[in-house]
Design a protein around this ligand. Structure first.
Ligand SMILES: [Cu+2]
Length: 159
């Protein structure tokens, strides 16, 4: 009778160990950013926080993460991503972290900040691309050639 109880307890214990070791989860959430540099920074931050896989899409601004729920959680990942300067669905970057971002990575924090992102008087701002004489932007917006919505300065430096 007593041995039987021990056996049941052992089975329950092993069961809980197994369920705690394999809890692979996938989550998709919004992360603000502009370019390829942002992508690397965002994905590295997610992995630092325990994500086994991380993929950020510059067009949709969506970060897809895979992680083991027994070692980390979405909040931790979101906080780490904010720590390196990127506002996201779960956490906001400090002004200091945002200020440290590369010129071209300074995504719009408000809709009104559009003209501040990477363009000035129709030209790329100093430090935002290799050739500041190229006019990739018009009125603070990317022009047609540089594909609206994409990082206009990243395209500017290639053209
Ligand atoms: Cu960037």
């Amino acid at each position: 009778m007593k041995a039987n109880h021990l056996f049941i307890a052992a089975v329950l214990f092993l069961g809980s160990v197994f369920s705690a070791t394999a809890q692979n989860k996938k989550e998709v959430f919004h992360v603000a950013g502009n370019c390829g540099m942002c992508k690397g920074r965002i994905e590295n931050a997610a992995k630092e926080a325990g994500a086994t896989q991380a993929s950020w899409d510059a067009d949709s601004k969506k970060l897809t993460v895979n992680y083991d729920a027994s070692t980390t959680n979405v909040s931790k990942i979101q906080e780490q991503v904010a720590l390196v300067g990127h506002d996201n669905a779960g956490a906001k970057a400090t002004d200091e972290a945002y200020a440290k971002l590369h010129g071209c990575c300074k995504y719009d924090r408000t809709a009104a900040a559009g003209s501040e992102s990477c363009c000035k008087d129709g030209k790329c701002k100093d430090g935002s691309c290799k050739d500041t004489s190229k006019d990739c932007c018009k009125n603070g917006q990317c022009d047609k050639k540089s594909k609206k919505g994409k990082a206009c300065c990243a395209n500017c430096s290639k053209s």
